[in-house]
Design a protein around this ligand. Structure first.
Ligand code: CP3
Length: 353
């Protein structure tokens, strides 16, 4: 049984840092594409048998130290009545976006068992199939990140509609975030009951806010979600592009903070000394470079993370064009990294005797 991941989350000293990859079940794997070619993305999420199968692929193929349930953050607003579509090649869209107070009033507070029960059954199937091989992670999106998509109506890199609305009527936006949090709280509790052993909250777009606005807009609903998670279940907060938010994050009740490659882990550890464990933070683009570069950059991440609890991961999801051999090289190097860390560039330059 490999419980390295859970032991690190609990703050225990371990023989080596565990490693997994955000979006580790996905299109870069031919085995994923084979299953996906027969079904739509949402059908795949809703079939617990197939979803469990793709969740297990990176465990068997890459040998990562944790599994994450296959689902998507955007199924939560869908369950609340904001219809989600995945059109071929276009990414997710919400044809009836939430843009005003009347739209917010129409949101449902659904029974999560009835609307999202398929994720709970995937978790149950996974726990049985994993049989203790590696721990199982559940997840949800942060209210702010979900709001970015439901207000915009689809993907964007700047989410101008949510940002404009948050300047114009911040209290309406806070109400929207609280409604999203209500369902997320039920959903995460259901995941724990179904067997999730740790929970990650993805705040992919929180970095769009200044620290002051993150505190007033995004923090209250985030805090409520984190505090609602049953005691003993490690909470991981992933924040993309949030170097300017470290001071705000330092006070949040989380066991693990996951950051992207823009902030070195040793600096994060100094700014957030109250957070015991860090996760990250290799730039996913590194995995497109030759294997020697992947090893060098992974050594740097291991070195920068070595001052305390560390879960090795990417700084964002793995890219679909990543060669599988490169993902394997990352995992292999991270898992052998404790002993290989001695081969730093400076040492490598020394003569052999
Ligand atoms: O990590 C895993 O292996 C578990 C599954 C998982 C998916 N999405 C599956 C997925 C997880 C944890 C997510 C999280 C997610 N989804 C986030 C937060 C993390 C991040 O990447 O920022 C966000 C913002 C989404 C929303 C989403 N889902 C977008 C914008 C897209 C389209 C872009 C893309 O990456 O394809 C998706 C689709 C999606 N979610 C796919 C997968 C495997 C690809 C769908 C396909 O097979 O066509």
């Amino acid at each position: 049984m490999n419980d390295l991941f859970l032991r690190v989350c609990r703050g225990e000293a371990v023989e080596r840092p565990p490693v997994w990859l955000m979006r580790q079940a996905g299109r870069y794997l031919p085995e994923y594409r084979a299953i996906r070619s027969g079904v739509s993305f949402l059908e795949l999420c809703k079939s617990s048998e197939l979803a469990a199968k793709v969740s297990l692929q990176p465990i068997d193929i890459l040998g990562v130290d944790a599994a994450i349930v296959f689902a998507d953050i955007l199924i939560v607003p869908d369950a609340m009545g904001v219809e989600l579509r995945f059109e071929k090649g276009d990414g997710p869209s919400f044809p009836t976006p939430i843009r005003n107070r009347d739209d917010i009033a129409r949101l449902r507070h659904p029974d999560v068992e009835a609307t999202l029960g398929y994720v709970f059954s995937t978790l149950r199937v996974l726990r049985a199939e994993l049989d203790g091989r590696v721990p199982l992670i559940g997840f949800a999106g942060s209210p702010w990140t979900l709001a970015a998509y439901v207000v915009e109506g689809g993907v964007s890199t700047a989410f101008p509609r949510l940002l404009a609305w948050s300047y114009e009527d911040p209290s309406a936006v806070v109400t929207l975030l609280e409604r999203l949090a209500d369902t997320t709280i039920d959903y995460l509790r259901g995941q724990v009951e179904a067997g999730a052993q740790a929970l990650q909250i993805f705040d992919t777009w929180g970095g769009l806010l200044s620290a002051e606005r993150w505190r007033s807009l995004a923090l209250p609903s985030m805090q409520r979600i984190l505090e609602s998670i049953p005691a003993g279940v490690p909470r991981i907060l992933y924040l993309r592009n949030g170097g300017h938010l470290l001071e705000v994050l330092a006070d949040l009740p989380v066991e693990v903070l996951s950051v992207d490659w823009r902030v070195p882990l040793d600096e994060v550890r100094r700014s957030c000394s109250s957070v015991p464990v860090l996760q990250g933070n290799l730039d996913p683009c590194t995995l497109l470079a030759p294997i020697e570069v992947i090893e060098r950059e992974t050594a740097r991440v291991l070195e920068q993370g070595s001052g305390g609890g560390h879960i090795v991961n990417l700084g964002h999801g793995i890219l679909p064009q990543t060669p599988v051999e490169h993902a394997k090289a990352f995992v292999r190097f991270a898992q052998g990294g404790g002993s290989r860390l001695v081969a730093k560039p400076a040492d490598a330059a020394l003569p052999n005797h």
